[in-house]
Design a protein around this ligand. Structure first.
Ligand SMILES: Cc1cc2nc3c(=O)[nH]c(=O)nc-3n(C[C@H](O)[C@H](O)[C@H](O)COP(=O)(O)OP(=O)(O)OC[C@H]3O[C@@H](n4cnc5c(N)ncnc54)[C@H](O)[C@@H]3O)c2cc1C
Length: 288
């Protein structure tokens, strides 16, 4: 699947730590915060889960050596949830313990894992107050999950959701997803602990900025979070207006599932990839 790597490069900060550190430095110099994700999910072997955890510990020690104010994003299936819950819990606990000066957020994966992710987050948060949770506005259940998280003082990142879910459990039309996103965003902005609004949707951002102004919510009390390589114009516009902008920076060799989610999220991305591959395969380059 290396054929897709040229497209992956737009969305990831490289395949290894030294390359990713360059992007983290560049973002910091430009005034952005970052939350770093080491790519990988649905790990099926113990040694792979342990290696993935060690990669986070190596990243952390590098970040601490340089005193960088970086957050971390972790997937619990990467830490071994499908193999053994205790292994996963131990792996995440050790990251949280080593990262006590940083926020670590659990990404939210497909709906098979929603309940387990929320449960693990609440359980671990009892000991590790630096743990936060991502939630997905497209799921009907998210309002209820957010109530539990807010009650426990857990920092929430609200995003739309990136997996294919059936309409029995999730809104599938963009209008409905936006409506729920806005409802939940207003709740975390008013009641949440250091919430993060994770979207590049200009309609939602305009509504949220309007709400923040009307409600006199301080720009320092929440974060906008955006994906590396997506809508840099919006990152900059929000930063220039005095908001805190945190970029989600993924890196690592297991870039394929993440890249496929990004490529399929936007029709133009897919068309671009297909046109490019078609031209290469059939030698239709305009320059002969
Ligand atoms: C910081 C952060 C963390 C996230 N964590 C999770 C998580 O834990 N679990 C999860 O399920 N999802 C996560 N997501 C992904 C999220 O659920 C959406 O899939 C993704 O953000 C696109 O949705 P959007 O709100 O930007 O709206 P969209 O309507 O998809 O996009 C709005 C506009 O942004 C631009 N855009 C968005 N995506 C792309 C793209 N791939 N390529 C090019 N342009 C694009 C386009 O201009 C588009 O019109 C995260 C997103 C962010 C920003």
């Amino acid at each position: 699947m290396n054929i897709l790597y040229p497209f992956a490069k737009r969305f990831i900060a490289g395949e290894d730590l030294p390359t990713a550190m360059k992007s983290i430095h560049n973002l910091q110099t430009s005034g952005y915060l970052s939350t770093v994700d080491i790519l990988g999910e649905n790990t099926l072997r113990r040694d792979q889960a342990e290696q993935a955890q060690k990669a986070y510990l190596d990243l952390l020690s590098q970040v601490d050596k340089e005193s960088l104010p970086v957050d971390f994003s972790v997937k619990i299936t990467q830490m071994g949830l499908d193999i053994d819950r205790d292994l996963c819990k131990r792996n995440v606990s050790e990251i949280l313990s080593a990262a006590s000066g940083h926020t670590v957020r659990l990404d939210m994966e497909g709906s098979d894992y929603t309940q387990q992710t929320i449960n693990l987050c609440i359980e671990l948060h009892e000991t590790y107050r630096n743990l936060g949770q991502a939630v997905q506005a497209y799921l009907y259940r998210t309002g209820g999950d957010m109530e539990r998280l807010i009650e426990k003082g857990i920092s929430i990142r609200l995003c739309k959701g990136a997996y294919k879910e059936p309409d029995t459990i999730a809104w599938t039309s963009m209008d409905d997803i936006r409506t729920n996103f806005l409802t939940q965003a207003k709740i975390i902005l008013k009641e949440g602990f250091l919430p993060a609004i994770a979207t590049h949707d200009e309609y939602l951002l305009t509504e949220i900025l309007d709400f923040v102004r009307k409600e006199n919510i301080s720009p320092r009390s929440f974060y906008f979070e955006m994906l590396y390589g997506v809508r840099r114009d919006i990152h900059k516009a929000l930063l220039d207006r005095g908001y805190q902008v945190r970029i989600y920076v993924p890196y690592g060799k297991s870039w394929l599932p993440y890249t496929l989610r990004r490529l399929t999220e936007k029709k133009e991305n897919l068309l671009f990839v297909m046109r490019h591959l078609f031209r290469e395969t059939f030698g239709l380059s305009k320059i002969n």
